[in-house]
Design a protein around this ligand. Structure first.
Ligand code: PMP
Length: 426
């Protein structure tokens, strides 16, 4: 096929390609990216570069086209790009599993290498339901979560997304019915903690697990909450025989200023999902970790195996680049970099608080959020950011950024200016 011009690409894209949550009514024409390097996306029409304020949805923490990550992929490519994982194993997967066990909160020992974040949540739910089945308590099959969350777009994850958030409203009555607490307040409120405790107690006979995003609720509303709620959940789950699942897909690998957000509360969940930044955004891979208690429980059941095995499970290229990405992260003072971005975002976003229609400005680690008192005009807000030379993806009432950790100070300031411009014009 000859190289396509940008207009030809756009025409074919319009005709044939589904985009996330597409096609959107009156959607913006997508921008065509020709290449990417460092924190910059280069537009294929030659019109310039954009600083990526989104890290490709939280994943590209080291930026694009990184020599160390490129080398890891090339090196692995020369050995083996893929091999089935059933009955076979290989060094990249084993090394990655060991690294994840060593880094994650103590007690998580077994690793399932899934091929996307949503699948890792499906596997987490399956692990929990199967655990109770194995123990002769099949009635424990519901999940409790709090409103405002987001856990992915496949079936079980959709059932624990915010039912009122609009995203998965279409499926109400069809999805499994779960138990919802209110969205967690930002600061610690004993009344809310009590609501969590009493819901867990009341539904304990039906509950397999509580599943939450620790400290930051991402795609469901970019809300931050007190880590103390994680301890409340741990205690209530222990008291009432309920498993605890942390979805660290967005928060994992340093984004909130801790390697995993669970560390803010020093709590170990029974099951933990990671994804997105796992491979530095290079390849699609996620993982579900669980404790020996969960794994042993499953292996004592009537069906003593975890019956899940995607074709691309443990993909060697993805595992090799994940190992390299984790080594790259840990080989530097990553916390200082995240804190530097936090300071830059705090300073740069402060003026947003005085803009009309702004309800809240919040920053945690390498995450900056401006919340409005209205729905943002996505097209106008995106155009305003692009004019400032920055790529953002505003949604609902939010204009936000989670840049790569390698974003320099001048580019952090530029991203903050673009967020303000998007708020003014969107
Ligand atoms: N959980 C959380 C917290 C997420 O932010 C996401 C992705 N936005 C997912 C699960 C789903 O991951 P994926 O898009 O890789 O399926």
């Amino acid at each position: 096929m000859p190289e396509l011009s940008v207009p030809e690409l756009l025409e074919l894209d319009r005709a044939h390609v589904w985009h996330p949550y597409g096609p959107m009514p009156g959607r913006q024409e997508p921008l065509v990216v020709g290449s990417a390097g460092g924190v910059r996306l280069r537009l294929a029409d030659g019109s310039g570069e954009l600083v990526d304020g989104m890290s490709s949805w939280w994943s590209a923490i080291h930026g694009y086209n990184h020599p160390v990550l490129n080398e890891a992929v090339h090196d692995q490519l020369g050995r083996m790009s893929h091999v089935m994982f059933g009955g076979l194993t290989h060094e990249p997967a084993v090394r990655l599993a060991k690294m994840l066990v060593d880094l994650s909160p103590p007690g998580l020992e077994h690793v399932f290498l899934a091929d996307s974040g949503s699948v890792s949540v499906e596997v987490a739910v399956k692990m929990c339901l199967q655990y109770w089945r194995s123990l002769g308590r099949p009635g424990k099959r519901r999940l409790l979560t709090w409103r405002g969350g987001y856990h992915g777009d496949t079936w079980q994850p959709m059932s624990v997304c915010d039912p009122e958030g609009g995203m998965h409203r279409l499926w109400s009555g069809v999805l499994p019915e779960q138990v919802f607490a209110g969205a967690p307040p930002a600061g610690y409120e004993e009344e809310y903690a009590e609501e969590l405790r009493s819901l867990i107690e009341r539904h304990a006979d039906d509950l397999a697990a509580v599943i939450v995003e620790p400290v930051v609720q991402g795609a469901g509303g970019m809300r931050f909450h007190s880590p103390a709620y994680l301890r409340v959940l741990r205690e209530a789950c222990d008291a009432h025989d309920v498993l605890l699942v942390f979805d660290e897909i967005a928060t994992g690998f340093g984004r909130t200023g801790a390697l995993f957000a669970a560390e803010h509360a020093a709590v170990t969940p029974d099951v933990m999902c990671v994804g997105k930044a796992l491979t530095g955004g290079y390849l699609t891979m996620a993982a579900t970790l669980c404790t020996a208690r969960v794994a042993d429980g499953i292996s004592r059941g009537e069906v003593p195996v975890l019956a899940h095995g995607p074709t691309f499970m443990g993909n060697p290229l993805a595992a090799a680049v994940a190992c390299a990405s984790i080594e790259l992260l840990l080989g530097q003072d990553w916390l200082a970099e995240v804190k530097r971005i936090e300071t830059g975002l705090r300073e740069g976003l402060a003026p947003a608080a005085d803009l009309p229609g702004v309800r809240d400005v919040r920053v945690l680690g390498a995450i900056g959020v401006v919340q409005l008192d209205r729905e943002v005009d996505m097209g106008a807000a995106t155009r305003a950011a692009v004019r400032e030379g920055v790529w953002l993806r505003p949604f609902r009432d939010l204009v936000y950024t989670m840049p790569p950790y390698v974003t320099g100070d001048a580019d952090v300031a530029r991203i903050a200016r673009a967020v303000c411009a998007a708020v003014r014009e969107g």
